[in-house]
Design a protein around this ligand. Sequence first.
Ligand SMILES: [Zn+2]
Length: 636
Amino acid sequence: MLRIPALALLAAVLLPAQADPPKLMLPATVTPLSYEAELRLTPGVDEFDGQVRIDVEIRQATATVWLHAKELTLKRVRVGGSAATVNSAPNDFVALTVDEILQPGPTRITLDYTGKMSLVLTDGIFHQQYKGDWYTFTKFEPVTARRAFPCFDEPAFKTPWQLTVRVPSGLKAFSNTPVESETNEDDGTKSVRFARTKPLPTYLVALAVGPFDVVDAGAIGRNRSPARIIVPRGRAVEAAYAAENTPKAVQLLEEYFGMAYPYEKLDQVVVPITTSWGAMENAGLIAYGQSLLVKPNEDTITRQRARLNTMVHEIAHQWFGNLVTMQWWDDIWLNEGFASWIASKLVDQWHPEWKGRTSAVAGANSAKVSDSLVSARKVRQTIETPGDIGLAFDGITYVKGAALLRMFENWLGEDKFRKGIQAHLARHAWKSATTDDLLAALSGAAGRDVSAGFSSFLDERGVPLLTANVRCDGQRPMLELGQARFVPLGSTGSEKGRWRLPVCIRWNGGRECVELSAERQRFELKIATACPEWFYANENGAGYYRVIHQGPWPDRLMADGARLSNPEMVALLQDVQALATSGKVDAGRALAIGKHFSDSTDYDVLTAAIRIGASLSPFVPNDLLPNYARFLRSWL
Ligand SMILES: [Zn+2]
């Protein structure tokens, strides 16, 4: 809680009633232009001192400036040269009130304060002891910068920051930008002043202080920016993988985005203890848990895949999230869905032998399962209370968000999709953007409206169930599609489907993409010269929907001539499992399909096949379970 000096309290009582406290967002009356902050801290000592100077723009005459602070003691507060009274309100809002009305125009707020580094949380500003050494770190996303600085703690406020820390002279200090100057003081401390940052939202500001070892990771990207891995003392040898792979990760991302790495340097720092987060994309100072490190003789491909995926995810945020930031937390899927999608895409391009495309399709099933429930959250869910912000970082945001991008990329084509992403980044660099901005850029690049279709998935919860049939009784084969909402067995939810569904089908003679915008629709397969021998209505398994093929087509998918890719087989098997357990596909038929595909040597395909057998075992009477087990063993 904010502690308020007694004199200030008295003054508050004498002032006329001020505006009601904000409920969710700061009022638009005052906006920050830049910050200068100085923190004096010693890792291992809870309390720290801070001073922040915030240049702001008063947009409407007011006597009160609202900002955020949490568990800070504000000692001396001045607004535009006058002493201000401090009042706290629920949800970390703080009112700074002055006697004279502040007229529109620029002014400066100065706050002297103390705070505490947490020993328990690994959010906000915190310190921890590792192998006898004390370290201080910050991790502010989504809303804990306010534990370190009084600030306008919302992502739309992107401003330059100039940070200085005063720390024991034997320690190293890192922040978003390179060190500009280091001055030894005569009390055994030193002042480390960092270069002014590019415009950053509060949640991307970062600090790390401690007796670190520093591993050079070379020069990265078109601008040959310096890169380093910052590790707890004694663990430099374990940073080799991260150091060796950082330059190529940056190169692949620059190629995709068509734009140089946007910051002056790239440090990646290891936080020994993290709770509830694995990595954080602070601009120029990405933080990771210990999984970034590995003893050279203990590495495995599984660990490398996970590590590289996390690195590419976090480095991708330097463009998508940091350079262009979502306006407000209801668009957090823009950050997280995008970073998850591009990490899996680029790691697959880098290491095709890891078969990441198949794993990505397999992984999307977890979102489809939770999204089938009536209680599922929308991707673009309105934030109604401050508590909703933290809840938005869930599987729907990360996994469904990534799956939707994969589906629309497949439907529009990789080139058009990439052009749209590049246009979006170029247009909003150093600023904020919304989902609508991204969809406008994709529509522009695609030469057709993408917004309505994409929005139908962002604003509608649930997984579509597509029915697909091809009839060959006319001049050309006709594709018949229908949509409903997939619901689990026993669900009372509506089965009405309301999507504009981007569907790509593939058959032995070609592929075609259509948009299903009604409940049922027919499409001519224009390029088909003959009736297909087989077709599959989820090309590359990229569709965020489940499919039931009707007519003779399910059998033909299991015929010898059918050539499904591994991602397609995974999608088909997962759909069969979901449909069988929800009573929409006969169990015997589902088992036949599982058995058919269980001769695959691909891990994800085989796993998806076996899961059909496992998921139906609860329906087998106890006395028949030994027979059932023998039947499943015969698949392998
Ligand atoms: Zn992320």
